[in-house]
Design a binder for this molecule. Structure first.
Ligand SMILES: Cc1ncc(COP(=O)(O)O)c(C=O)c1O
Length: 599
């Protein structure tokens, strides 16, 4: 470049991140890697305006220097860049982020996890620490990604804070792109009243016809910052209700896309553009683009169009959340714990009594109440709006009590219970009949290494102990229709039935463990149960041979229906294929139940 563009070396100036005007030729690597986005994007136009350098000429010159043509490794070697710049993204990120880092050639290790807080949102002090370390070591950061609606729990990262942080670090000479991964959450911006939107797109307005709720103020505030992000992912095939594949990447400054094209039309000089030059795919389905356009035109991207649809889905989601919050009581053998804290749990002076009182309020004023009555009850609506996920993904998990009343503290046991529920409320193989599933749930794993304090707190609320990863259920709500006739309550009842049956199976399984242990105490062949059931081993008096060989055999166990029989447990640290470690394998084949009685 020095050679080809030498004639501008003594005059072409640029504004550094710190605001100084310097000869471009004299910038050091740190200054170059931290130029602000608009400064970079205006270079081609400035070259054209000030020196008559055409996009065609610039394209020919840049071919010898861009990452696309010579590779990142060569650029780093030629320029003496010792540390590959990194990408920061919440530990809750979608798996496509490390994949993107791999494809981009920076390696997935350079997609650095930013720790999250107990609400699964980026922890700003932790992000600050990471940025400080990079600033001190002069290691550049490509981008900080805010996830606007995490895949697993619909949590919205504090985009506004991230934008503020960037301004703060720019004053210290460090800049980075801010990308909003709003693949899930982007369409929820259509719920923001038009007058509060900044320059987010607006469509046409239609009268609404079913109850709906708005975004929570904090969520709305963060989504209102979307227009300040340099780029945004948004998936019409998610909350846009468009069939696959319809993914979108939006740039705040459209010139940004020129940096990613194979041939770079730096300045549009009236030549038609081919869509194939943008992005990884060449040929792209035009039908998806047409579907997105048509849906936006017909439904409208405003609070009376798409926003109304999501408002109704959000209302439904919160009604579901109220069931997860209030389903269990001190008297039930099961516990259902929503990942999202109840308002009473967030208070510093929270007590069991204050939390129980709020749950009772939910039972009395929300659960069985019709939509029409509910919307008239201001206090109930206020609470409803504070329940559940930021953006319509209710994560929750269940636990159970032992027959003697103690709440289970073993994560492996809770994982097994939740996984059994998931198996019954999902279709995971092609042979299953989707119509036989009364209610669909999805699932995820909160890996301790990724979720850290967030997982720890959730486990504490479930009364679980230890560092094992946690299997979590997810209730993604997209339909606005489930609250009509309080159908949500029927679905919750169906869930509760499945849960109660599975808890019963747990109890019986534990009895089987005691039974098997008794056999082993008595010198019978040792079964797999004993290694996994220390609590019951103690209960069964393990270590002291029972006076009668089968003293611990529970009454009536052989009379149980087969579907309630227990199965031999696998090792609790056995990892499921394709999942993160620590989640037990499910195997409920009747043969296994019979094995229980084979001793
Ligand atoms: C937050 C987030 N980002 C990115 C993606 C990737 O989207 P896609 O699978 O459409 O490429 C997803 C998908 O679930 C997501 O939830």
């Amino acid at each position: 470049m020095k050679k080809e563009l030498n004639f501008i070396a003594d005059s072409f100036k640029i504004t550094t991140c710190l605001g100084a005007s310097k000869l471009f030729n004299e910038l050091d690597n740190w200054e170059l890697l931290n130029l602000q986005v608009p400064t970079i994007l205006e270079i081609p136009e400035r070259l054209y305006d000030d020196y008559g350098i055409t996009s065609k000429y610039l394209d020919a010159v840049m071919k010898n220097y861009t990452i696309q043509s010579v590779s990142k490794d060569k650029i780093e070697a030629d320029w003496g860049i010792k540390h590959t710049p990194q990408l920061f993204v919440a530990a809750t990120k979608h798996y496509s982020w490390p994949k993107a880092a791999a494809i981009a050639g920076i390696g997935s290790d350079n997609a650095v996890d930013v720790p999250v807080d107990i609400h699964a949102r980026v922890d700003i002090p932790a992000l600050r620490k990471l940025l400080d370390a990079r600033l001190k070591a002069k290691k550049a950061v490509y981008a900080v990604v805010a996830v606007m609606g995490t895949t697993e729990e619909g949590a919205v990262d504090p985009l506004g804070e991230i934008i503020k942080l960037r301004k703060e670090y720019q004053k210290l000479g460090m800049s980075f792109i801010v990308h909003a991964d709003a693949a899930w959450g982007g369409y929820f911006a259509s719920m923001i009243p038009v007058k509060l939107r900044g320059n987010l797109p607006v469509g046409r307005r239609l009268p609404s016809y079913v109850p709906r709720v708005g975004l929570r103020p904090e969520t709305q505030l963060q989504l209102r910052h979307l227009h300040e992000a340099d780029s945004i992912t948004v998936d019409p095939h998610k909350a846009g209700y468009i069939p696959y594949p319809a993914g979108g990447l939006c740039y705040r400054d459209g010139r940004m896309r020129y940096l990613l094209t194979w041939t770079a039309p730096y300045i549009n000089q009236g030549v038609g553009e081919s869509i194939g030059v943008y992005g990884v795919e060449g040929s792209k389905p035009g039908a998806s683009a047409a579907a997105v356009w048509l849906a936006h035109e017909v439904i409208g991207l405003d609070e009376d169009g798409h926003g109304a649809l999501l408002g109704e889905a959000s209302f439904t989601c919160r009604r579901f959340a109220s069931h997860w919050a209030a389903m269990s009581t001190d008297d039930t053998d099961f516990r259902v714990v929503p990942f999202n804290l109840l308002p009473s749990e967030m208070k510093e002076d929270a007590t069991k009594e204050s939390i129980d009182k709020e749950k009772q309020f939910i039972r009395d004023h929300i659960l069985g109440v019709s939509n029409i009555d509910l919307v008239k009850d201001t206090d109930a609506m206020k609470l409803l709006n504070e329940l559940g996920s930021d953006l319509n993904i209710n994560a929750f998990a269940c636990n159970f009590r032992y027959p003697d009343g103690r709440v289970n503290t073993d994560i492996g046991e809770a994982n097994y219970l939740n996984q059994r529920i998931f198996e019954r409320l999902s279709v995971t193989s092609s042979g299953e009949d989707p119509l036989s599933v009364p209610f669909y749930l999805t699932s995820t794993v909160f890996a301790q290494k990724d979720y850290d304090v967030c997982a720890t707190r959730f486990k504490q609320r479930l009364q679980l102990e230890g560092d094992q990863d946690l299997f979590v259920l997810r209730n993604v709500v997209m339909s606005p229709f489930a609250t009509e006739g309080n159908f949500v309550a029927k679905l919750a009842k169906t869930f509760q039935q499945v849960l109660e049956e599975e808890v019963k199976v747990r109890g019986i399984r534990l009895l089987c463990a005691a039974y098997a242990d008794a056999l082993s105490c008595a010198g019978c062949r040792r079964t797999q149960y004993t290694q996994a059931r220390p609590a019951l081993v103690r209960d069964a008096g393990h270590g002291q041979a029972p006076s009668r060989p089968h003293a611990c055999i529970p009454h009536g166990i052989g009379a149980l229906p087969v579907h309630l029989h227990c199965r031999p447990v696998g090792r609790h640290d056995e990892a499921l294929p394709g999942r993160q470690g620590g989640v037990p394998r499910v195997n409920s084949h009747p043969q296994d139940h019979r094995a229980c009685f084979a001793g």
